[in-house]
Structure formats: structure tokens, C-alpha cells
Design a protein around this ligand. Structure first.
Ligand SMILES: Nc1nc2c(ncn2[C@@H]2O[C@H](COP(=O)(O)OP(=O)(O)OP(=O)(O)O)[C@@H](O)[C@H]2O)c(=O)[nH]1
Ligand SMILES: [Mg+2]
Length: 421
């Protein structure tokens, strides 16, 4: 079972309701409005914790709900805001909206964080609605509802160098001899089921190498095991392409891997590649080498012949990788998408009026549904205010155009209203 992709549900807390209250003082029959505002609901925040290297901790828990803000108090006391709910993710987590597939963030650095669901604002208490002409308002807002959404979290390894090649080429063997990693090695294809990481230190520098499971034809389409690993390859900056020297047709293997890479992502064609012909300790490989070398040189490639098993030429390979890496242009550290997720968008104002049946209408729209959810229907003044919002957004107008009559039913979000003038 692989845990490089999970689907989770997040919900931020609702804002606390605003309070309708009046000051009570001795000998004063009715004091001024004193209802406080509700507190903010808690945000849900994804945060990079390098302690995690996989998404396996989401196996048991996929629902994350932040707490609600508290209700406003008397004497203009604001209700307590709820703390954010922090959800730890490993470095290299790509966050997508499950519904639209839109990439929301790409979390890389330790402690980097991203608000995936913003807590609802607290409703205003009646103290906020007082004015010189209106000294005893009986109106308060309910808290703004929290946001909920499903997210896809994808783990992209953060390796500098990717080791690619057909199954059984010796990728894991190579990683094991150059680094601290202890990958599984066996003489049958598809031994590696998940990418292995190893740190290679050379001349005071270190680079992280990833041993990517063997890619086969059709990997870009999800055939075999390779598909989900191709996205890890995207992150690496250099590829070490291992050719199995004992293969029937090493050049065909080589082209096949390159085709798979390019079909998955055009840009992988430009990724610098070091091509190594492996298993040179074997007579078959030694026999094939001159022919393969010549064929690759014709393609403009300068291959190296190595034996991962006996470490022949392995140090030279490492030197070449580090030299190549040093020549790469400096890359921006983070690729975080900078757009805030929950800014009020133009389209939030938009709404639709749908006639569901004779005398039954439904109004759908983010802003208007939120206004309905924040209205205290027990207070006439609050209802009046909601009516003003209906006017301001043009909802009343649109309903009239759609043919609404007095006495008809209008649904807005979870609320059912009877249409009156
Ligand atoms: N003779 C010889 N055998 C090697 C060499 N490198 C790897 N092998 C053998 O080839 C087989 C496959 O090696 P792995 O390192 O598991 O190959 P891989 O590319 O990681 O394979 P997958 O994980 O299945 O994609 C094993 O039996 C290794 O011992 C080498 O340089 N010489
Ligand atoms: Mg392997």
C-alpha cells in the first residue's frame, strides 16, 4: 500500500453568534445595548513538519474540524476565538482541491504553513448596531459559518537526483553503494515498490538521491507501478539513467524510459541526464558495451560504464553528478502558490435564481447564502437587514423577474422564506 496520495476533509470553525443584551443598572429601567461580538472560528492550517516523511499518518484520520468561536457576552464582551487546528504534513506536500483539482499550495520548507479553511467571523453583537438615531437595537448577527472542503494531498519527494531506468537495471543497488540507504535489492523486476531516498556526501556537499521504482512502457498512463512515481521524478533536478547491461536490447530500454518521461511531462526531456550502463562485471555486458556506447554517442549522449555491484566507476559517476549539479542555475527555494484561498471573489456576489416548482424558488450564491446563515431570524431588525442585503445584491429584483408572487416559498441555503413585499 502506498501513501503518497490521500484525500482529507477539513472544516473550519463557525464564528460565535453576536449577542443581543442591554446594560442593567440600578434604577435604570433599560440601559444601552451591551451585547458583545462572537469570537472567530478556528482556521484549519496545514503545516510542514519534517518529522513526517510520508502521508501514512492520514491512514487513520482523514477528518479535521476546528472548534467554533464562542458567543458574544454581555457588557460588550467579545466571545473567545477558537485556536487554529494545525494538521502536520511532510515536506513536499502538494495540496489540491479535490473537487476542481486546482493546486492550492506546494508545501516544502519546515514550518511552512497554509490556511486551507478559514474560520468564520464572529457575528456582531447589538452594541455594534447602536447609532444616535437607534439607541436600543434588537439585532445581532449570527457567526459566519466555517468553510468545508475535501483536499487531495500528494507527496512529491524532494530529491535532487532521481535514479531512473527499467526494472532490474540495478537502481537500488547503485543507491545502496553510494549512500546510507538500505533499499531492497533482488534479481526480479519491480523489487522497489516505493521510492527510496539516500543522502550522498561528496566533497562537503550533499545531495539527496531517490531510487525510483522501475518504469515500464505505458507508465505515464498508469500501467505497472511506475505511474505514481513519475511525479517524484518531476521534482528532481538531475536524472541518473541506469541501463541494464544484460538486457537484450539496452538501447530500446533507454529510449522507452525517455519516451515515458516525456509523455508524462514534456519538461522532463530537458532535465539533465547522466546515462550509465550497468553490470559491467558481467561478460554479456562487456560484450554489448562498445555497440551501446557508439549508438548513444550517435544520439549525442556520453554514457559511462559502471558496475554497481563491484563499485567500478561508481566514484567517477558521483563526481560527474556533483559537477553537473554545481553548474545548474540557482533555483527559487519555494514554489508556494501565493494567492490567498479565501479572499472575497467577484463571483461570490453572483447568484442564481431557480424555479423548482410552482411557487417554489431557490436562490443559490455564496454571498447570499452566507448572509442568510448569519441572520438571527428571531429579531425583526435582523430580518430587515437581510432584506436590505437581498435588495443590494439584486436578489429581490431577480426573483420578481422570475415571477415570484407574495406567499411563494423561497429557499436560500438552509433557510425557507415566505415571500412578502
Ligand atoms: N552482476 C551485477 N548484478 C547487478 C549489478 N547491479 C545490480 N545487480 C543485480 O541486478 C538485480 C536487480 O537489482 P536492483 O538494484 O534490485 O534493480 P532495480 O533497478 O532497483 O530494480 P526494480 O527495483 O525492480 O526496478 C539484483 O539481483 C542485483 O544484485 C551489477 O553491477 N552487477
Ligand atoms: Mg529497485
Amino acid at each position: 500500500m502506498l501513501f503518497d496520495e490521500v484525500k482529507i476533509y477539513v472544516r473550519s470553525g463557525d464564528g460565535g453568534d453576536g449577542l443581543v443584551a442591554f446594560r442593567r443598572e440600578k434604577y435604570v429601567p433599560r440601559g444601552g445595548p451591551a451585547g458583545g461580538d462572537g469570537g472567530r472560528g478556528g482556521d484549519v492550517i496545514l503545516k510542514v513538519n519534517p518529522k513526517h516523511t510520508t502521508l501514512i499518518h492520514f491512514q487513520r484520520k482523514v477528518h479535521f474540524k476546528a472548534k467554533h468561536g464562542e458567543r458574544g457576552g454581555s457588557a460588550k464582551k467579545t466571545g473567545a476565538s477558537a485556536p487554529p487546528l494545525i494538521v502536520d504534513v511532510p515536506p513536499g506536500t502538494v495540496v489540491k482541491d479535490a473537487e476542481t483539482g486546482e493546486v492550492l499550495a506546494d508545501l516544502v520548507r519546515p514550518d511552512e504553513q497554509f490556511v486551507v479553511a478559514k474560520g468564520g467571523r464572529g457575528g456582531r453583537g447589538n452594541a455594534r448596531f447602536a447609532s444616535s438615531t437607534h439607541q436600543a437595537p434588537r439585532i445581532a448577527e449570527k457567526g459566519e459559518p466555517g468553510e468545508e472542503r475535501w483536499l487531495i494531498l500528494e507527496l512529491k519527494l524532494i530529491a535532487d537526483v532521481g535514479i531512473v531506468g527499467v526494472p532490474n537495471a540495478g537502481k537500488s543497488t547503485l543507491l545502496s553503494v553510494i549512500s546510507n540507504a538500505k533499499p531492497r535489492i533482488a534479481d526480479y523486476p519491480f523489487t522497489t515498490l516505493e521510492p527510496n531516498l539516500g543522502v550522498v556526501v561528496y566533497d562537503d556537499h550533499d545531495l539527496v538521491f531517490a531510487d525510483i521504482p522501475g518504469l515500464i512502457e505505458g507508465a505515464h498512463m498508469g500501467v505497472g507501478l511506475g505511474h505514481s512515481f513519475l511525479r517524484h521524478v518531476q521534482r528532481t533536478r538531475i536524472l541518473v539513467h541506469v541501463i541494464d547491461g544484460t538486457s537484450e536490447d539496452p538501447i530500446a530500454d533507454y529510449s522507452q524510459i525517455n519516451t515515458e518521461l516525456a509523455l508524462y511531462d514534456e519538461r522532463l526531456k530537458e532535465r539533465p541526464q547522466l546515462v550509465v550502463f550497468n553490470k559491467m562485471d558481467m561478460p554479456q555486458a562487456q560484450e554489448k558495451w562498445p555497440e551501446v556506447e557508439a549508438a548513444l554517442q550517435k544520439l549525442g549522449v556520453q554514457p559511462m560504464a559502471i558496475s554497481a555491484a563491484t563499485r567500478k566507476n561508481v566514484d567517477e559517476l558521483i563526481q560527474r553528478v556533483f559537477a553537473l549539479y554545481d553548474q545548474l542555475p540557482v533555483e527559487a527555494v519555494s514554489t508556494v502558490v501565493e494567492t490567498p484561498v479565501y479572499e472575497l471573489r467577484e463571483d461570490e456576489m453572483a447568484f442564481d435564481v431557480i424555479q423548482e416548482a410552482e411557487g417554489i424558488y431557490r436562490v443559490q450564491g455564496k454571498r447570499i447564502e452566507r448572509a442568510a446563515a448569519m441572520t438571527h431570524w428571531d429579531y425583526d431588525e435582523a430580518i430587515l437587514r437581510f432584506q436590505n442585503i437581498l435588495e443590494a445584491l439584486g436578489v429581490s429584483e431577480a426573483l420578481k423577474k422570475a415571477g415570484v408572487q407574495i406567499g411563494d416559498t423561497v429557499f436560500i441555503g438552509d433557510y425557507e422564506l415566505e415571500w412578502t413585499e
